[in-house]
Design a protein around this ligand. Structure first.
Ligand code: ATP
Ligand code: MG
Length: 252
């Protein structure tokens, strides 16, 4: 049961925070994850806490990319597990993607907890836990470079709902196509990705799933048309434009 009154004007935003705090207490969200969420919230506040038409366009392109992929992988960190556990599992099933626990603040214990939580939410297989299959991305010079040989290391398309800029850039250097979900259209992640959905993961994931169910009926030529016709620079410019118009309106 939520501790937030439904009459509170910011009830939804507070409920999302509660989920993160619960994840923190359960030991799979780190304190840094809570503040990273705060950065996202600030952008969400300005955007109006809704999915924009521009974000919906990015969702369509992202889904086409995922459906065309040979080895798609969804990268899951603590915040993602806390916010959208059912949705990442359902999306993996819908587009035939693998799930991999991949943490910025890595710890074997936390990885195992997140994998267990995803299994409780229906995941059959979760990569990123078994040391036997662990390999390293040379482009990243820290303990954050570990990936699974069967997962991200072998992937052609990686969905990163909430990621750090360094790692997104490293995935691109490895030749992966990256789909990011990030509320900040100016972040390095947003700029490095091939397709950036500027929206809250809690709204974006359900939309991606319903779009995947629709687009899975299309043939590959049509999917290519949708994916290839998407220009991420234009997309991010449009989102920055929207934010600046909103700020002008609010400050009037
Ligand atoms: P970058 O490393 O890409 O330049 P950053 O250092 O500003 O970004 P990080 O802490 O690395 O930020 O990553 C957190 C990112 O996730 C931020 O850009 C933030 O806006 C975004 N974010 C946080 N919570 C959400 C959410 N619920 N939905 C979508 N995006 C979010
Ligand atoms: Mg960062």
């Amino acid at each position: 049961m939520s501790r937030v009154s439904p009459r509170h004007p910011r009830a939804e935003s507070l409920r999302i925070r509660e989920r993160l705090v619960d994840g923190f207490r359960a030991g799979f969200v780190v304190p840094e994850g809570l503040s990273a969420h705060g950065r996202g919230e600030a952008f969400d506040y300005i955007i109006g806490e809704r999915t924009t038409a521009q974000a919906s366009k990015a969702v369509r392109a992202a889904v086409a990319k995922l459906l065309l992929a040979k080895r798609p992988v969804i990268s899951v960190n603590g915040n993602v597990a806390a916010l959208v556990p059912d949705e990442v599992v359902e999306l993996a099933d819908t587009v035939g993607a693998k799930l991999e626990v991949n943490l910025f603040h890595g710890s074997a214990e936390r990885e195992v907890r997140i994998a267990k939580y995803l299994r409780e939410h229906g995941a059959k297989e979760v990569f990123g836990i078994d040391r036997k299959f662990s390999t390293k991305i040379n482009e990243i010079h820290s303990d954050r470079r570990k990936v699974d040989k069967r997962g991200i290391a072998a992937a052609d398309v990686v969905l990163v709902p909430l990621e750090d800029g360094d790692r997104t850039e490293a995935l691109r250097k490895l030749g992966k196509k990256v789909v990011a979900i990030d509320l900040n259209p100016m972040s390095r992640t947003a700029r490095a990705a091939d397709i950036t959905i500027v929206d809250n993961v809690v709204r974006a994931l359900p939309l991606i799933i319903s779009e995947a169910k629709k687009l899975s009926r299309l043939d590959r030529a049509k999917l290519h048309k949708i994916a290839d016709g998407f220009d991420n620079t234009k997309n991010l410019r449009a989102m920055v434009g929207l934010i600046s118009r909103r700020l002008k309106k609010i400050s009037r």
